[in-house]
Design a protein around this ligand. Structure first.
Ligand SMILES: [Zn+2]
Length: 645
């Protein structure tokens, strides 16, 4: 979030107290949005998608790191009372509220107030209902929508801050990011409608849309070019979505006024001019371009989104799949020298890159999209929550850094919000379909229901601790289905696939799909081995700094917790440790040319290693499991051109 002050001094954080994680609820029978409006909305989508996602309520997570993380997130969201969430909206609307205000970016005088309480929380509630069948979050979401509807002004304006913030925006006066916050609220309402069937939420989102249309009418395109210099989230996306649902083209026209020419024009010409830009300010605009393509079929918007995806995921990401340093792209494409900072890889950036990847993949079906998705999901998202549901803002890459989390009710950073949503949708994107073809993209224990095919597909695996996955078909009658198994680009030699215990004599090359087309019977079984190997992944622009991966998993050096204080791991308003941990050099290694990874020996647990460095032996573990201690992701060989940070 642009304009946050991560380095400001802050108060001591209170103790954290939460009960242990609950089991993931297994409620299955629930409704979402009403079928007639879903059909009308679907008819407005242009036929540009090769791949279709499954609805969130068609895929259920089975026991895994993902289901356990989702349960912890849910428990945290349950702990936030509705009257406290609604407080600033009620105060703004002149209604009585005796609730204790939240702190952090939701405190009553923070200019971003409402972004989490009336935005991310509603999206997370809708996702938790659709993805996990969590009735508590559905009830909380419905209650909050009703309160916020009562706070909406007759002109459609709804926010926890006054309309005058928008006057300051248009006058060029200092104000944090009013449209950013409005986008979160409108998107939260649209999610409550689309995923949880709340019609009142659609009425509120439409009111916000009408207010926005009228506000925009007061400004020329030249005025807008100035206004759009302040972070505005994905207003172009939520207004396109409102058009998709209502069919009212004035929302589509209004969305276009949020398209920023200075960002889009170079991208449409396949030029990466992202250096110097605030990373997470840009990605939601590109997601808006992606949605516009899906609703209008205008190829320019696809070009913008696909080129942006390509240059950012291939040229501007760390081995983890995260991107940005101090929230910006400070360098040219393919050059991350000097970018291993304490405030690297903002979590909202990784969240939004996953969201964009789901769009781009739906158009092109390119398995490379899921090589990236998986890398990001395991290394930039899964490990960003502690056992109490607290989330990271930055994913520090400075050697000797530690994970730094928000507090329960005194932070509400942007990444607290995007994290609350992400951890409620881990069942998303595991499977896609293409007519009667099924694509298995991720190796996450789960069960898919595909009623049109009479199919229940159960995937059982302990991946990545286990280098294999197993699928079991349950069918109401035999069906011909093309089963497409993603063969990751990281797969090592020796992989094999078996159908009902018999090995097939064909396989597919890494980074492609293995297609098994046959008439499947109930009880059929497929097993796929996924051999993994250690690899070194150089930092773009500096071959002497290397991350180590095992399959899709980034491994990190465990550097211990000596001297690491609570205030260096948990924050309140400010998103940076106090004091900042002392910089230290990346662990130094001396790889043998004949056997470049011989300095790593297997540890005593799966996915762990022992590394021989120039300064002794250190333990190595998956980055996503490291917590409460210092770590280093990149290792330095002789002759590094940079100081690693
Ligand atoms: Zn963020």
């Amino acid at each position: 979030m642009q304009g946050s002050d991560k380095r400001r001094r802050f108060l001591k954080t209170g103790a954290l107290a939460f009960a242990s994680a609950l089991a993931v609820p297994r409620v299955r029978a629930f409704d979402t949005a009403d079928p007639a409006s879903v059909a009308a909305s679907a008819a407005r989508e242009k036929p540009v998608c090769r791949m279709q996602p499954f609805a969130l309520n068609q895929v259920r997570l089975l026991d895994s790191d993902f289901s356990r993380a989702a349960a912890i997130n849910l428990e945290y969201l349950h702990s936030l009372p509705v009257d406290r969430l609604a407080h600033s909206f009620r105060v703004q609307a002149g209604q009585p509220s005796s609730a204790r205000p939240f702190g952090g970016w939701e405190k009553p005088d923070c200019e971003l107030r409402g972004h989490f309480t009336g935005g991310h929380y509603l999206s997370a509630a809708a996702l938790a209902w659709a993805a996990q069948g969590d009735a508590t979050m559905k009830a909380r979401g419905d209650e909050l929508v009703a309160i916020l509807a009562s706070c909406q002004r007759p002109n459609g304006y709804l926010s926890a801050f006054p309309e005058s913030f928008f006057d300051r925006l248009s006058a060029g006066e200092k104000v944090w990011a009013p449209f950013y916050t409005l986008h979160k609220i409108q998107a939260g309402m649209l999610d409550m409608y689309r995923l949880a069937g709340n019609k009142q939420a659609l009425a509120v989102a439409t009111g916000i849309g009408n207010w926005t249309v009228r506000w925009l009418n007061g400004f020329s395109d030249a005025d807008m070019a100035h206004i759009l210099k302040t972070e505005y989230g994905g207003m172009n996306e939520s207004m396109v979505d409102l058009y998709a649902i209502t069919g009212n083209s004035r929302y589509l026209d209004a969305a276009h006024r949020f398209d920023q020419a200075s960002l889009f024009e170079p991208l449409a010409s396949h030029r990466d001019e992202l250096k110097g830009l605030h990373s997470n300010t840009q990605i939601p605009k590109i997601i808006g371009a992606a949605r516009r393509y899906e609703l209008t079929g205008e190829p320019r918007y696809r070009r913008i989104a696909e080129f942006f995806w390509e240059t950012v995921t291939q040229n501007r990401t760390y081995a983890t799949g995260g991107s940005s340093n101090d929230e910006f792209w400070n360098t040219g494409p393919g050059d991350l020298r000097g970018q291993l900072g304490l405030y690297a890889a903002e979590c909202c950036v990784a969240y939004n890159l996953l969201k964009l990847t789901r769009h781009v993949y739906a158009w092109n079906g390119d398995p490379r999209a899921f090589d990236y998705y998986e890398r990001n999901l395991y290394n930039a998202r899964l490990g960003t929550q502690d056992a109490q549901g607290m989330k990271l803002y930055y994913y520090s890459l400075r050697p000797g850094g530690a994970k730094f989390y928000n507090s329960p009710t005194d932070s509400f950073w942007c990444c607290t919000g995007s994290g609350a949503e992400e951890f409620a949708r881990f069942n998303d994107a595991i499977y896609f379909r293409d007519d009667d073809a099924l694509h298995v993209n991720l190796f996450i224990a789960s069960e898919l229901e595909w009623p049109e095919m009479g199919l229940t597909l159960r995937q059982e695996t302990d991946f990545p601790r286990e280098a294999a996955t197993r699928l079991r078909f349950t069918l109401t009658q035999p069906r011909e289905i093309a089963l497409n198994l993603r063969i990751p680009s990281w797969i090592a030699p020796g992989a094999r696939v078996e159908v009902n215990g018999e090995a097939l004599d064909t396989f597919a090359s890494p980074g492609s799909y293995l297609t098994i087309k046959r008439t499947w019977q109930s009880g059929d079984r497929v097993s796929l081995t996924l051999p993994m190997t250690l690899r070194s992944v150089p930092l773009p622009g500096d071959d002497h700094l290397q991350a180590i991966t095992y399959g899709p998993i980034v491994l990190a050096a465990r550097l211990g917790a000596k001297g690491l204080t609570h205030d260096q791991q948990y924050g309140r308003y400010d998103a940076g440790p106090s004091p900042e941990p002392k910089p230290q050099p990346a662990p130094q290694i001396a790889p043998d040319e004949a056997d470049p990874l011989a300095w790593l020996a297997p540890g005593d647990k799966p996915l762990t290693y022992r590394a021989t460095t120039r300064h002794g032996v250190v333990d190595v573990a998956p980055l996503n499991t490291i917590q409460g201690e210092r770590y280093a992701v990149y290792w330095q060989t002789e002759g590094s051109a940079t100081d690693a940070g």
